[in-house]
Ligand binder design. Structure first.
Ligand SMILES: Cc1cc2nc3c(=O)[nH]c(=O)nc-3n(C[C@H](O)[C@H](O)[C@H](O)COP(=O)(O)OP(=O)(O)OC[C@H]3O[C@@H](n4cnc5c(N)ncnc54)[C@H](O)[C@@H]3O)c2cc1C
Length: 467
């Protein structure tokens, strides 16, 4: 097994740390690292594909990377199931199953996220209102605990482990085998429709009208361009296509051009040009409001629809010297409009603008995942991306935003950047105290860690504010 001492960044490049990373390829390798860490009195963080925005997988001691632990162990087409090692990615799953008319039903916006990473954050896709969360489609797991024992868990056997490890932020055990349920699809293409309009109340009205009828949806709002005062939004919703019934990944490969015109090899040089960041704000704002790239109706592959960033502006996290912050929160639907308006007023007061603002519809999964980013009732989620240049100003704004989120019974998502304290964590996530009990039960030595854990779960750590 290879290992290296390496500085690693969260995807949004706002925070980093240097750890001794072991690239495990088997469960025996995991046990070796556990033994070694214990001998050296060090703690371990788990790394999937490293696509979480913040410090979920970062550590300054020892880390296990699952990137090379990535074999498909069993693919049962008849029963629509696949058993994989944790390093298998969403992209791998699509390549294996789509041609057979099968698909894993939850696709986050990044294709390279791993199965182990997705279940630990219990991620969701643009179809969360219809298909719930990653964990809803996990049948069973095999886990190595920090005492080196091996456990199988599902909804009936060791169910407390199952419900704490899914959404458990990599803090309960080392997942080494996962069985997933696949869904049948008749086409990998979607017919997508767009509506553009001006005000937030129109957007919520339109969104409410279409949410029950569509398979996937996302709304974007211009809060960053020179026309942002007049605002504007674009709601895109889509259904599995009735026009194109192809089961292939024709439009899946990443394009060689950024924005369709700039060869990707020039991207690193172009990013350094001083006006590039300004152009980015304008482009994203215009795109979000439908001023550019707008169409009423279009059929595209699900990859084109779902992985919009990979396809249009790959590596957009590198545009901003000090990284970018995505603050993703969720608010009950009935209170959302008021919450949104107050958020925007506060943002304007602080003279902040966002690269990108997105809204998505959520509903409860009906399962008891302990730290899951899911509501008790219908909710709308707000994803706001800030350039990190004025970090102090953003810190102050986020402090105010956290209070507002709590006032409106909302919560902040762990997979993106999150900066809350332990009291706020307990108020936002009712499963917190049960989760702490599960951590004590299954990781009694507190071997599994991350900078996120030290920062939010353990009080007064040196990582406070480094989100
Ligand atoms: C451009 C972009 C778009 C995104 N869109 C969405 C979206 O639409 N919806 C959404 O929900 N999220 C989204 N995300 C977030 C992303 O899907 C999650 O952060 C996901 O968990 C990343 O997976 P990963 O493999 O990179 O895991 P990592 O980020 O490496 O790790 C995530 C967590 O999993 C733990 N972990 C990893 N492997 C194991 C294992 N084998 N055993 C135990 N613990 C483990 C880690 O310790 C960590 O706590 C997006 C991210 C990006 C960059």
């Amino acid at each position: 097994m290879k290992n290296e001492v390496k500085k690693t960044y969260g995807w949004s490049r706002t925070t980093s740390d240097t750890s001794n990373i072991f690239y495990v390829e088997s469960k025996e390798d995991i046990i070796k690292v556990i033994k070694l860490a214990k001998t050296e009195s060090k703690k371990i963080s788990n790394i999937g594909s490293g696509k979480s925005y913040g410090d979920n997988f970062l550590n300054d001691e020892v880390s296990i990377s699952f990137a090379k632990f990535n074999k498909v162990l069993n693919y049962d087409k008849k029963n629509k199931k696949v058993t994989v090692e944790p390093g298998v990615t969403i992209d791998d799953l699509l390549r294996i199953t789509v041609n057979d008319g099968l698909m894993f039903p939850v696709l986050p916006g990044i294709r390279y996220a791993s199965v182990g990473g997705c279940l630990s954050n219990n991620v969701h896709g643009k179809n969360v209102y219809k298909n719930n969360y990653f964990g809803n489609h996990v049948e069973s797991l095999k886990v190595i605990l920090s005492n080196e024992s091996v456990l199988f868990c599902d909804r009936s056997k060791n169910s407390d482990l199952f419900f704490s490890i899914i959404s458990g932020l990599g803090l309960i055990g080392f997942v080494y085998e996962i069985t997933l349920n696949l869904e049948e699809i008749e086409t990998y293409f979607v017919d997508q429709y767009q509506i553009k309009n001006k005000r937030i109340n129109n957007l919520i009205h339109d969104y409410t009208k279409f949410i029950n009828e569509c398979d996937f949806s996302l709304a974007l709002i211009d809060n960053g361009s020179i026309f942002r005062k007049k605002q504007g939004y674009k709601l895109t919703y889509s259904n599995y296509s009735e026009k194109v019934s192809k089961l292939n990944l024709d439009q899946h490969e990443l394009k060689p051009f950024m924005f369709g015109i700039i060869p990707k090899i020039f991207v690193p040089f172009i990013l350094k040009l001083p006006f590039m960041k300004y152009l980015m704000y304008q482009f994203m704002g215009f795109w979000s409001s439908g001023k550019v790239g707008y169409f009423k109706e279009m059929t595209v592959s699900l990859s084109d629809y779902n992985f919009q960033f990979d396809h249009t502006i790959p590596k957009y996290n590198y545009f901003f010297k000090k990284g970018l912050i995505e603050y993703h929160c969720m608010i009950p639907k009935a209170l959302f409009e008021e919450f949104y308006k107050k958020t925007i007023i506060k943002m304007k007061k602080e003279k902040l603008k966002t690269v990108f603002t997105a809204i998505k519809y959520y509903q409860n999964s009906g399962e008891n995942f302990l730290l899951s980013f899911e509501p008790e009732e219908d909710s709308l989620g707000l994803s706001i991306h800030f350039d990190n240049k004025h970090k102090k100003k953003i810190d102050t704004f986020i402090d105010q935003l956290n209070e507002l989120i709590l006032e409106y019974n909302g919560k902040v998502y762990f997979a993106k950047n999150i900066n809350i304290n332990n009291d706020q964590l307990q108020m936002m996530y009712p499963g917190y105290s049960k989760f702490v009990d599960m951590k004590k039960k299954y990781d009694s030595e507190d071997l599994l860690t991350s900078n996120l854990y030290k920062r939010i779960f353990l009080e007064k750590s040196k990582f406070y504010g480094q989100y």
